[in-house]
Design a binder for this molecule. Structure first.
Ligand code: AHR
Length: 500
């Protein structure tokens, strides 16, 4: 099978945004405790943060990190996590039926952000709390000094403000599972008033209103319409969350998950622009896709403890990802990149242990899941402008997403160097596909490198003992001649071709 692609600098969508390569750290399972934080680990720093996790976070190429939740934030009292550690309260975490010892709080997380070279994206609790507590946290974090809470931060060891730019106004407030779940109207009013007051402290914050927790939720679309009608003037972004999984052995549908993500983004964009038209304003609302990943929600590890069991850092949501999962993660990145005109921020959920590319043993080894690689490669090689790729590909029928193209792709081009990166997935379960790529609009390019991530057994998963048997490997079939690139891409594969 041959698939024809065309890459042309004229097909520019917008800039590659570093914030597309964000991740997420929630107080959930072993993401914080025995994940980023593990004082018993040999690589731990003075705060108890694992140096090996920080090193892999850098290697992954993570930009922003959303914190501290997720469902957790809707019951969180941020004051519990500041001051002397031995005086901090242990609290019930109702979202995950766990106990939080509050050994990591805002100050520690901000030090972790600095150590990992990431930008913090802070969420405020609009489940059990409201405007005042959001203002208090903002004052604590961003006011230089001379007020009660800014001086408290200074006394807690941070003389300079943290200057956090991105703030999430709650989390998934559309979900009936959320603590303090609200109707769209109730949430929209609260988000608007919280945003309006936060801007009285700092007008230049980037504020994210909660959009839908997924396309399947019955309020999808209507929720965005109502929330944006209330908040339009006060916020910059609306969130989107999506998780995908292979169900009932339907690999074909699963590999086409990005079709659904495209639909999600296009739908939220349409609703946001509809509100804009109605309001007759120039401002556009963009999307923060601040939870996305593969997540096997039906597996036992996704079910929180119950009854009298309120453990600290239980094993929760510790999905083991295979090669097909990595191809889907790569394809979801393709979708996010090609919508760079409207998706201005995104967070892979999550970073460590909890549906994560990085796994740790408590006090012990660390390893990369298969999904680590497409993220790291895209973060490293997507530079400059995002280019829409024209694709002529046969389609295949899927149960969930209709007819899906066999190949999906996006490209980036650095306008300064002319270097091009092509990111492509082959969704075929059986066939190697030849990509024929027309690059005649960019004369003088040569192949700098090509890699493919695939395996004859697409169910292969990395473990602490072996995370290197399946890696992106050099693809020697890539050849460029007379402005035509050809490369053969194996079935169920994630591929990167770099030209320069
Ligand atoms: O990322 C796991 C959970 O998924 C988050 O806590 C919640 O926001 C979403 O439902």
């Amino acid at each position: 099978t041959t698939v024809t692609l065309t890459i042309d600098p004229a097909f520019r969508v917008g800039p590659v945004r570093r914030r597309t390569f964000g991740a997420f750290v929630e107080h959930l399972g072993r993401c914080v405790y025995t994940g980023i934080h593990d004082p018993e680990h040999p690589s731990a720093d003075a705060d108890g943060f694992r140096g090996d996790v920080i090193a892999l976070t850098k290697e992954l190429g993570v930009s922003t990190v959303r914190y501290p939740g997720g469902n957790f934030v809707s019951g969180y009292r941020w004051e519990d996590g500041i001051g002397p550690r031995d005086q901090r309260p242990r609290r019930l975490d109702l979202a995950w039926h766990s106990t939080d010892p509050n050994l990591v709080g805002v100050d520690e997380f901000l030090r972790w952000s600095q150590a990992s070279g990431t930008e913090p994206m802070m969420a405020v609790n609009l489940g059990t709390r409201g405007v005042q507590e959001a203002l208090d946290l903002l004052e604590y974090c961003n006011v230089r000094g001379g007020t009660a809470l800014s001086d408290l931060r200074r006394a807690n060891g941070a003389p300079d403000p943290y200057d956090i730019r991105m703030w999430c106004l709650g989390n998934e407030m559309d979900g009936p599972w959320q603590i303090g779940h609200k109707t769209a109207h109730e949430y929209g009013r609260l988000a608007a008033e919280t945003a309006r007051a936060m801007r009285m402290i700092d007008p230049d914050l980037t504020l994210v209103a909660c959009g839908s927790s997924g396309v399947p939720i019955p309020t999808f679309g209507q929720w965005e319409q109502t929330v944006l009608s209330e908040t339009y003037e006060h916020v910059d972004l609306i969130s989107a969350h999506a998780y995908y999984a292979e169900e009932d052995g339907d690999l074909g549908s699963f590999l086409a998950s990005a079709v659904d993500m495209d639909h999600f983004i296009d739908s939220v964009t349409a609703v946001a622009d509809g509100v804009r038209a109605h309001k007759k304003v120039a401002k556009r609302i963009h999307i923060s896709f601040d939870e996305w990943n593969v997540w096997y929600q039906k597996r036992a590890e996704s079910v929180p403890p119950s009854g009298d069991d309120w453990p600290v850092a239980p094993v929760l949501l510790e999905d083991r990802y295979n090669v097909a999962d990595a191809v889907v993660v790569g394809n979801l990145l393709i979708s996010l990149l090609r919508h760079t005109d409207r998706v201005h921020s995104a967070s892979l959920a999550q970073l460590v242990n909890v549906i994560a590319p990085i796994m740790t043993e408590p006090g012990g080894r660390i390893w990369r899941q298969t999904t680590f690689h497409p993220f790291a490669q895209a973060s490293q090689h997507a530079v400059g402008d995002v280019l829409q790729v024209a694709i002529e590909a046969p389609t295949y029928e899927t149960a969930k997403h209709g007819d899906a193209p066999l190949v999906d792709a996006v490209a980036t081009r650095d306008p300064e160097t002319g270097a091009v990166a092509l990111f492509a997935v082959n969704r075929s379960l059986t066939e190697t596909v030849t990509l024929e790529v027309d690059t005649r609009s960019m004369p003088g390019l040569r192949v700098l490198g090509a890699t493919s991530l695939s395996n004859p057994d697409h169910t292969w998963s990395a473990t602490a003992d072996d995370d290197t048997s399946v890696l992106p490997r050099a693809n020697d079939t890539a050849a460029l001649d007379g402005g035509r690139l050809t490369v053969q891409v194996p079935p169920v594969s994630w591929n990167v071709v770099r030209l320069g």
